[in-house]
Design a protein around this ligand. Sequence first.
Ligand code: TRP
Length: 331
Amino acid sequence: MEIVLSGIRPTGNLHLGNYFGAIKNFVKMQEENQCFFFIADYHSLTTHPKPGDLHGNVKQVLAEYLATGLDPEKATLYVQSDLPEIAELYLILNMNAYMGELERVTTFKEKARKQPENVNAGLLTYPSLMAADILIHKAHKVPVGKDQEQHLEMTRTFARRFNRMYQEDFFPIPQAYNFGADLVKVPGLDGSGKMGKSEGEGNAIFLVDDPSVIRKKVMRAVSDAGPSEPNQQKPEPIENLFSLLKIVSAPEVVGFFDQQYNQCAIRYGDLKKQLAEDVIAFTDPIRKRILEIAADEAYISKVARLGAEKARESAAKTVKEVREIIGFRPF
Ligand code: TRP
C-alpha cells in the first residue's frame, strides 16, 4: 500500500479551491492508501503568529478537515507539533542542507522580499522541515500544487543525499501525487487566476461563509459587458464563472447559460444568482457540520490524540533507524 502525505499550514479557513482542488480527492485516497494528513503548525511559526491565535487556527483546520470527510479512523490526521520526532529529523537533515541551495528556493526569495524585517532561519530551512515531514513517514506520494513542486524536489535531493552518504537504500524518493483526470482547477471570483485566500478579499468562497456572504461575493464577481457576436470565445473572467458553474451546478444549468451566451442573450445577474444558490446548496451542509464539530471540544481532542498516537508510532520508528544509521549508539 502506498503511503500518501499532505500538510497544510493553519493560516485561514478552507475555501472551495482547497475542497475541489485537493480535499475531495483526499477523501477518496484515504480508502486506498495509507494517508497522513497533518496541520503544519511548526511551519506557520515562520511568519510569527500570535500565541493566542495558534491553537484556534489549528482547531479550525481540524474541524474543517473532519467536516469535509477526512476520516480519522481511515487516515492519520494529526498536528505537526505533536511529533517532536519531526523536529529531530529536521535538525539532522539541516546538517546536509546547503546555504546555496536553500537561498535559491523561489518561495524563500519571495518571502524574504515580502517580509524583509523577518528573514529568519526557519524561512531559509523551510524545505528541510518539509522534507522531515515527508521522510518521517517514508511517504511515497505527496499531492502538491505548482507552488510546492520545488520543495518536493528538495525533499528528493535530501533523501538521495542521505541514502548516498550512508550507503543505505533508506528513504523512498517521494513523488508528486498526480490527480490525473480528477484534477479540478477552481478559479477565483476576481476574474483571473485560481481561488486563493491571499488573492484579496472577495476572491475566495470559504466553506464557512454564510449564505448571505456567498451571495454578496458571487454577485460582485468580475464579469464584462457581454458578448457582441454569437458563439464568440469567452474571455477569462467569463470562462471562470462558467468553470465554477460546472463545478457546482447541474449540466442542464451550464448548458442553458452557455446557450444564452452563444446567442448574446446572457444576463450575468441571472447566472450569478444561480451560481450563488448552487454554491450555497453545496457549502451549507458543510458549514453546519464545521460549526457542530468545532463546538465539540471532546471530539476534536479525541481525534488529535488518536492522530498523534498513530503518527508518532511511525515517526519514532524512522528516527530510531536514522539514529542507528548515523552512528548514534545508546550507552
Ligand atoms: N508547504 C506546504 C504549503 O505551504 C505545507 C506543507 C508543510 C506540506 N509540510 C508539508 C505539504 C509536507 C506537503 C508535505 O502548502
